[in-house]
Design a protein around this ligand. Structure first.
Ligand code: SF4
Ligand code: SF4
Length: 335
């Protein structure tokens, strides 16, 4: 088998490398946040700065902050990194398909590892029948519509401004930390259920439940880039369709325009024929898939560096404020 017949293995390797670098950064950030919290709980000023790599897990607050930024020009100083990551994910989707899900999101990486482990252990993954798959896929859009309705349409800018000043928002990341370090029985059961389902069903969380991914998917319809198949070169081997983690019919499409496509380029990397499948621009121009990956990195990590350089990354919450909130952290309820 020649290199080309194997597809583009280096493209897959590059994606795994980028995804798992983010996973490593987030895991390190989680452990550092735990250490940071330990100091605060003992009533001492932490010896380390608060890590910010877990801020991407606050998308609902970030959506509120985005509305406030758009309507009143106020950039949330409490969790600016959460807003930056949210805006970068939206920007990536409009420009480069749902590539935040395919190349950056650590939940997507863990989800992929889980179904691949399931396939290795049990010999296969399960595809739900259409009559279950379609209604289940709508769940994430319903959740997305709910959040957009409540936050974007119903919540006033004044209410959002008040929420973003509450002690709850100031320690939202620490509340999230407790959710995982001190899980309730219900939390454990839900996480276990998701894990088991994810072993058998490809990307169960992303495909059926994630409202964040649903929003990014709809925005990605605006992207000028689409997975494009050139019929004259295609030998209909179906390797693209069979390898697609989103179960899309790549081999039957000319230009794939689906909100489920996360631009992961797994299909392109598995295609054995030079020039049969690529990421194409509107108008028929092809883009080298490695250049697509470079653009994803440039937009996301470039955006993070820009936010740091312009002072829009670090929180303005002081250690004194943390120390005054921490004793009541467990009892602190959403206002
Ligand atoms: S169509 Fe290709 S790029 Fe889109 S999700 Fe499937 S494998 Fe990834
Ligand atoms: S696009 Fe490539 S992988 Fe897909 S069927 Fe054609 S030759 Fe096979």
């Amino acid at each position: 088998m020649t290199e080309r017949e194997k597809g583009r293995p280096y493209l897959r390797l590059l994606r795994y490398l980028l995804q798992w670098t983010v996973v490593a950064v987030v895991v390190y950030g989680g452990l550092a946040l735990y250490t940071f919290y330990g100091y605060l709980e003992e009533g001492r000023s932490p010896l380390l700065e608060k890590p910010l790599s877990v801020e991407g897990f606050l998308p609902i607050g970030a959506l509120m902050a985005l509305k406030l930024w758009v309507t009143e020009g106020l950039f949330d100083p409490v969790h600016p990194a959460a807003l930056v990551i949210f805006v970068l994910a939206l920007t990536l989707s409009v420009l480069l398909k749902k590539s935040f899900c395919g190349w950056i999101c650590p939940v997507g990486a863990v989800s992929e590892l889980t179904w691949k482990s399931g396939r290795l252990v049990f010999g296969r993954n399960i595809s739900l029948p259409r009559y279950l798959d379609y209604p289940l896929r709508s769940v994430k859009y319903l959740l997305m519509a709910f959040f957009l309705y409540v936050i974007v349409l119903k919540m006033s800018s004044g209410t959002i401004r008040a929420f973003l000043q509450t002690p709850y928002w100031k320690v939202a990341d620490l509340k999230l930390l407790l959710f995982f370090t001190e899980p309730t029985r219900t939390t454990l059961l839900v996480l276990l259920g998701l894990f088991v389902l994810s072993l058998f069903i490809k990307n169960f969380w992303c495909r059926y439940l994630c409202p964040y991914g649903a929003l990014l998917g709809l925005l990605s319809l605006l992207s000028p880039f689409k997975v494009t198949r050139w019929e004259s070169r295609c030998i209909h081997c179906r390797r693209c369709t069979e390898s697609c983690p989103s179960l899309l019919p790549v081999e039957q499409s000319r230009r794939l325009s689906s909100p489920e496509c996360m631009g992961c380029l797994t299909c392109v990397s598995n295609c054995p024929v030079q020039g049969a499948l690529d990421i194409g621009l509107t108008g028929g121009r092809r883009l080298n898939p490695f250049l697509f990956a470079a653009l994803v990195v440039a937009v996301f990590w470039g955006g993070v560096l820009l936010a740091k350089a312009t002072g829009n990354w670090n929180s303005n919450v002081t250690y004194e404020e943390y120390l005054s909130i921490i004793p009541g952290l467990r009892e602190l309820e959403h206002p």
